[in-house]
Design a protein around this ligand. Structure first.
Ligand SMILES: NC(=O)c1ccc[n+]([C@@H]2O[C@H](COP(=O)([O-])OP(=O)(O)OC[C@H]3O[C@@H](n4cnc5c(N)ncnc54)[C@H](OP(=O)(O)O)[C@@H]3O)[C@@H](O)[C@H]2O)c1
Length: 313
């Protein structure tokens, strides 16, 4: 297959590029700063020569968007929104204008679209879309608005010959340097990964091998369209999540962290506290119903595999 990945130069793109190339597919990455022959220039917001890559391709997986690992200033929030909505819109226009449109367009979205939830699992059928939760910082609603507008851009695209899937993905855990697992491991190994603000908030995550398998499954299964959750079936409270991670790294104790410490930690990580404090209890109901068997449904085994691979590299 020919697979085109707009925004494919980042963490998730790296995982997919390696896996799809190793499986024998032709992979082309669309980027604002091309390096090497498989990378093609685009600007993420206007049509150009790059659209010829989409015409005649089999699959488009759009990952483009300004990184969410940043301080949530007004300027950064606006860039997070526009980079996602504009890229989804323009990918839609390229597909709509193609003489031979791809069979499927997988559009990244996020598990953050769901409400801050401790009690019930958020699946695609009964999950509560966020934005209206009482007592949470107002900018959390903005993250939900970004996700909704992202998905609206996908829905609105007039691409009748192309199946469309919104990937509501949880944090993708891979041993790569600079990825989210690397950062959390760094905290755990410093003994800083204790419970944040009580640690009862749920962490949704997905092992990189299961992420790749889910993508392959969604490419193959031509009966699946619309929003699909990509998350391990067993999200767990942050305090347990970090305990398992420490244990995988053989770090015996950790300092509990207050909300203030979360703010400090987030500052050190150039990130925002939403990533540490929002409870994301998201489950992959549609993938399970469709018959995808997760290799790493539980965090303990996933963390053991990831630390093992990280030590080896
Ligand atoms: N990582 C996760 O666990 C996770 C989980 C759920 C959802 N997501 C979403 O999945 C997508 C990929 O995640 P990632 O971790 O791989 O992100 P990443 O490492 O930040 O990569 C995102 C890519 O988007 C491109 N980009 C950034 N700003 C852009 C702009 N203004 N216009 C056009 N392209 C722009 C960049 O490519 P160039 O600089 O080469 O142009 C970059 O390589 C993101 O949208 C993210 O929100 C990620």
């Amino acid at each position: 297959m020919k697979v085109v990945i707009p925004g494919g130069t980042g963490q998730v793109g790296g995982i997919l590029d390696r896996a799809l190339t190793a499986a024998g597919h032709e992979v082309v990455l669309l980027t604002r700063s091309p390096r090497g022959e498989r990378q093609v220039r685009w600007d993420g917001s206007t049509l150009g020569e790059w659209a010829r890559q989409v015409d005649g391709s089999d699959v488009v997986i759009n990952l483009a968007g300004r990184s969410v690992s940043c301080r949530y200033t007004d300027e950064n929030l606006a860039a997070m929104m526009s980079s996602r909505v504009n890229s989804a819109r323009i990918v839609g226009e390229a597909i709509a204008g193609a003489a031979r449109p791809p069979a499927v367009w997988l559009q990244m979205s996020t598990a953050t679209i769901y409400a801050h939830s401790f009690d019930g699992d958020n699946d695609e059928y009964h999950g509560v879309i966020g934005g209206g939760e009482p007592g949470v910082p107002s900018y959390w609603a903005y993250s939900v608005a970004i996700a909704r507008n992202w998905e609206t851009a996908l829905e609105r695209a007039a691409t009748p010959a192309t199946r469309k899937v919104a990937l509501r993905s949880a944090m993708v855990m891979s041993p790569d340097r600079g990825g989210v697992f690397d950062v959390l491991s760094w905290l755990a190994r410093l003994g800083l990964g204790g419970p944040v603000a009580g640690g009862g908030q749920y962490v949704s995550w997905i092992h990189d091998h299961d992420f790749v398998r889910a993508i392959a499954y969604l490419i193959e299964r031509d009966d699946i369209a619309g929003a699909v959750n990509l998350a391990a079936p067993e999200p767990l409270p942050q305090r347990e999540f970090m305990r398992e991670l420490r244990s995988a790294w053989r770090v015996p104790v950790a300092l509990p962290a207050t909300k203030g410490m979360a703010e400090l930690g987030a500052f050190a990580l150039a990130s925002d506290t939403e990533l540490l404090l929002k409870s994301r209890r998201v489950v992959p109901r549609r993938l399970l119903d469709a018959g995808l068997a997760f290799r790493y449904p539980r965090w303990r085994a996933a963390a053991a595999d990831l630390t093992h691979r990280r030590r080896r590299d």
